[in-house]
Design a protein around this ligand. Structure first.
Ligand code: NAD
Length: 368
């Protein structure tokens, strides 16, 4: 792999290799774009089969964070880190602290958080070495479990979609089919129930289904049935890639809006939804409640402020729908446009000397 070519492709700013022989640390920090602010993105620990695979993953995830932060109205850039190793067997206090020291060397250009293979406890070790970490527990000034905020954001995105499709924001009497009633799906069901929606749920975990049936009067269906069930909204809250060649023809809903990451197997499946007249709330915008919540730690965490900011996901989804109509493009592309337009608008401001240390950072970017 030609690394500089890879960096040039999407204008990555920086790729940092972190190595510590004594702790066996092998980590990569990818910083995509810091036009809007420091790059924030989780640290993934994964037994990558090759260094190339780890680099590609870090770069892909970092770029995704640029779009997610920009579309969410956050003053943050996009970055991500990966530690090569098995999170069950290769973690140690020394390894995590060593990684924390590398983050510290970047002087705040990258802020880390939890991701696949890392935990709240791991962030506490990293925090010993650097203050550039969020997602620590409440006792240490952190924001705690992000899932209820993610669920609240999904609810807001659903309301924006319902308004577009049915002409009113109320979810009362709407039928929502929720795939996966876990950390996000369960609180989402609770909020939908409180709003007067009827619920259809599925999960591979029978107890999770039983809980939703008992608590919210949800109708249970088998995992495979969820795609073809007649409903107003299909809410994928379990796995990625569930909108694919096999499932699109089966769908009998008007809206797809859920928390799962990478819902579309490929971008063309976003087009397939649009062709079928199904409104898709782009995953990285509608599921940003957790990120918005965790980012609030940077200002001294306030759950109330975080909640207010998460409510704005309604406006973000409305804007995406507007751009989708303006440009005659499906919503997944409109979301990217919205993110890029914000970055472009900020980077093209007049470069006045403001006396503010970040005032000097604004610069023109043609494309990301
Ligand atoms: N937790 C957050 O704040 C957050 C933020 C952004 C995105 N997400 C995404 O939202 C999704 C759900 O996250 P979570 O934290 O609730 O995870 P979770 O593991 O708590 O819940 C997922 C649920 O889906 C179920 N499930 C797994 N495979 C299934 C299948 N084939 N059919 C039906 N159900 C299945 C699991 O049994 C589980 O109950 C994930 O894709 C995650 O990446 C979560």
């Amino acid at each position: 792999m030609e690394i500089f070519e890879k960096l040039a492709e999407y204008r990555y700013e920086q790729l940092v290799f972190c190595h510590d022989k004594s702790t066996s640390l092998r980590a990569i920090i990818a910083i995509h774009d810091t036009t809007l602010g420091p790059a924030l993105g989780g640290c993934r620990m994964w037994p990558y089969r090759s260094e190339e695979e780890a680099v590609v993953d870090a770069l892909r995830l970092a770029r995704g964070m640029t779009y997610k932060a920009a579309a969410s109205g956050l003053n943050l850039g996009g970055g991500k880190s990966v530690i090569i190793g098995d999170s069950r067997t290769d973690k140690s206090e020394a390894l995590l602290r060593s990684f924390g020291r590398y983050i510290e060397t970047l002087g705040g250009r990258y802020i880390t958080a939890e991701d696949v293979g890392t935990s709240l406890e791991d962030m506490a070790y990293i925090q010993i070495e650097t203050s550039h970490v969020v997602g620590v527990d409440r006792a240490s000034g952190g924001s705690g479990d992000p899932s209820p905020f993610t669920a609240l954001g999904v609810l807001q995105g659903m309301k924006a979609c319902v308004e577009e499709v049915f002409g009113e924001t109320s979810l009362e009497g709407r039928t929502v089919a929720v795939q996966g009633v876990g950390n996000v799906g369960y609180p989402l069901c609770r909020m939908l129930h409180e709003e007067g929606a009827s619920l259809i749920v599925t999960d591979v975990n029978r107890e999770a289904v039983e809980r939703a049936v008992r608590d919210f009067g949800a109708k249970p269906v088998d995992p495979e049935e969820i795609f073809s069930i007649s409903c107003d909204i299909f809410a994928p809250c379990a796995l990625g890639a569930v909108i694919n060649d096999e499932t699109v023809p089966k769908l009998r809903c008007r809206i797809v809006a859920g928390s799962a990451n990478n819902v579309l197997l490929e971008p063309r499946h976003g087009e397939a939804l649009a062709e079928r007249g199904i409104l898709y709330a782009p995953d990285y915008v509608i599921n940003a409640g957790g990120l918005i919540n965790v980012a609030d730690e940077l200002e001294g965490y306030s759950a109330e402020r975080a909640r207010k900011r998460v409510l704005r996901i309604y406006d973000s989804v409305k804007s995406i729908i507007r751009i989708s109509k303006r440009d005659s493009v499906p919503t997944h592309l409109a979301a990217d446009t919205m993110a890029l337009e914000r970055i472009e608008a900020i980077s093209s401001m007049e470069r006045l000397h403001t006396g503010h240390p970040y005032g000097q950072l604004y610069r023109r970017r043609e494309a990301l």
